[in-house]
Design a protein around this ligand. Structure first.
Ligand code: ZN
Length: 264
């Protein structure tokens, strides 16, 4: 499988692997890799074709398309709340099923994740890339342990799956409708010029973030339809509800568990 590299805004590269982008931020002294993809390609060669600077690697959350390439790095930062789930998704049997069901990849190379040091990172941690400083923000919503990264010099927010055209809000019973609204409100307080998301090839705007937050705040169970559970491969999802809306002329799909609605 080919990796596709694109500089989406100066110093910010999207490397596309199957259905996901990992983001490489290149500073003057260090580079930062935001997520590691499915782990089915040679991500390191792609990174080294862009920069030879020392690399900091951070996982946004624990889903299979964001942590699968961790094996290639000595150290990966992660929210400690996501650690157990990351180990689950990268365990051999779950990874095998997950790759088949999400991207139809059979017989993927088995990876050894035991040599990668997983280091806890929490809100407020700052990484210095030289001409860019990267601030870690905790935004539970898509999962209970999502992180975002704020780079103030460029007014860029990296949100991974926490702001998207498809919002999946169902993996944790700890996450409620009000949790995601609170997290998106927190992000909206930053003077954002560009939002870089993992499943979008172009940046999203601050305006989009606010509209998305308001749509989610106004969701009511009665106006949603039940999702076809066969679309959710890894567990029992019979309590999912789906809502489609238009935000800035783009169709946005929001999927939540029935028991997550807590705004009336
Ligand atoms: Zn995800």
């Amino acid at each position: 499988m080919q990796l596709i590299i694109k500089e989406i805004t100066p110093g910010y590269f999207h490397i596309k692997e199957a259905k996901v982008h990992v983001t490489l931020v290149v500073g003057s002294k260090k580079a930062l890799l935001w997520d590691t993809g499915y782990g089915i390609t040679d991500l390191m060669s792609a990174i080294r074709s862009i920069t030879m600077l020392p690399l900091i690697v951070i996982n946004s959350h624990s889903h299979i398309d964001h942590i699968g390439g961790n094996f290639a790095f000595d150290e990966v930062y992660i929210n400690p709340t996501a650690l157990a789930s990351a180990a689950f998704f990268n365990s051999a049997p779950i990874r095998e099923i997950g790759l088949i069901r999400t991207i139809n990849v059979h017989h993927a190379v088995k990876r050894d994740y035991s040599l990668t040091r997983m280091t806890a990172v929490r809100e407020g941690k700052i990484f210095d890339l030289g001409d860019k400083t990267v601030e870690v923000i905790e935004i539970p919503g898509h999962t209970e342990a999502d992180l975002a990264l704020w780079i103030k010099e460029d007014e860029v927010m990296l949100t991974a799956d926490a702001v998207n055209y498809v919002m999946w809000l169902y993996f944790s019973d700890q996450v409620k409708q009000s949790t995601i609204v609170k997290s998106l409100t927190k992000l909206a307080e930053y003077p954002i010029k560009n939002i870089i998301a993992s499943h979008r090839h172009t940046p999203l705007s601050h305006h989009y973030l606010v509209e998305l937050r308001d749509v989610i705040a106004n969701l009511r169970k009665e106006t949603c339809i039940a999702v076809d559970p066969s679309a959710m491969p890894l567990s029992d999802h019979t309590d999912l509800l789906e809502f489609h809306t238009l935000i800035l002329h783009k169709e946005v799909q929001i999927v939540m568990r029935e028991n997550q609605f807590d705004i009336y």
